[in-house]
Design a protein around this ligand. Structure first.
Ligand code: MN
Ligand code: MN
Length: 305
């Protein structure tokens, strides 16, 4: 039997990458033969974290051989995972999203409605009496800061805050300083093409029967990103045509002001107007106080589809 592969979702974010490393460390401490993997390129924010720790990224894989044992972190959604997920053996899932998986066999499934997978990981370490060292603590707290946008996202729970505060002590970081530097590193879009920017954090989502993509980027200035508006629109139109989409929503989130604007295109763009009771002006809609796709966009858009 080969190594058990541990990975998060495609278009990996800081939680997916760090959770695969942190879970691999836990499993190794428990005597299991595992390897941390990833299903895509490292983003700038995660690169900041790995550079801070002088750490290599997990191994890049596209799929796993049929029959391989795997552990899923930060998602249970087959649509965001390896293409042959039904042919591998899922041993465990550790996550904080809606349950999106059924298997014909029993498995360890741990999910909690908290802001970050790492908040659940922290408990797994405690339950298994495995020490959280400085490196592991830094990885964990980075992901909590990332997923909760420094505790400002409505997905953030008191538990996330409490765990992050504990971890920051072990990691010996000032969360506000380190966190803002890390989040800002993630907003640097200068090295990406328009096509890459549109794909950085894009989720294919069906809003009832409407085939949609909702992509999101974080920024310190929405206006800066909107200087690329016409190029972004052209890129979005191309993706809409190629994939026969009903809607493409590109959400630009100001991580300092905790606000968003979105470019909305496609035949079903008016869903956004209904959902937020706002007019789309020149393809752009204001999303006041919106930062979380999971809590403040997908459910409301689905309801109004
Ligand atoms: Mn994630
Ligand atoms: Mn997450």
């Amino acid at each position: 039997m080969g190594k058990t592969l541990i990975f998060g979702h495609k278009n990996p974010d800081t939680d997916s990458i760090t959770s695969s490393i942190v879970m691999a460390n836990l499993e190794k401490k428990l005597g299991n033969d595992v390897e941390a993997c990833r299903l895509g390129n490292i983003n700038k924010e995660t690169e900041y974290v790995l550079n801070y720790l002088g750490m290599e990224a997990p191994k890049l894989i596209e799929d796993a051989e049929d029959g391989t044992e795997v552990i899923l972190v930060d998602t249970s959604n087959p649509g965001e995972s390896i293409p042959n997920l039904e042919n591998v053996q899922i041993k465990k899932v550790v996550d904080h999203h809606r349950v999106a998986l059924t298997t014909p066999y029993p498995l360890y499934f741990r999910t909690e409605p908290v802001g970050c997978t790492q908040t659940v990981m922290y408990k797994l370490y405690k339950e298994n009496n495995v020490e959280i060292d400085k490196t592991i603590a830094t990885l964990m707290v980075s992901a909590i800061i990332s997923d909760t946008l420094l505790f400002k996202s409505p997905t953030c729970t008191d538990e996330d805050k409490k765990v992050a505060t504990e971890l920051a002590k072990i990691a010996e970081i000032d969360m506000d300083v380190y966190g803002m530097d890390m989040l800002k590193a993630g907003t640097d879009l200068s090295s990406f093409t328009i096509e890459e920017i549109l794909k950085l954090d894009a989720k294919e989502t069906n809003l009832k029967d409407k085939k949609s993509i909702i992509a999101q980027v974080n920024t310190a200035s929405i206006d800066d990103v909107l200087t690329m508006k016409s190029e972004l629109e052209a890129g979005m139109q191309k993706i809409i045509a190629e994939n026969d989409l009903d809607l493409f929503m590109f959400v630009i989130t100001d991580i300092i002001e905790s606000n968003s604007k979105a470019i909305v295109l496609g035949n079903s763009a008016n869903i956004a107007e209904k959902a937020y009771n706002e007019k789309i002006v020149d393809n752009v809609i204001e999303l006041k106080g919106v930062v979380s796709r999971k809590k403040q966009i997908v459910p409301i858009m689905t309801e109004n589809a």
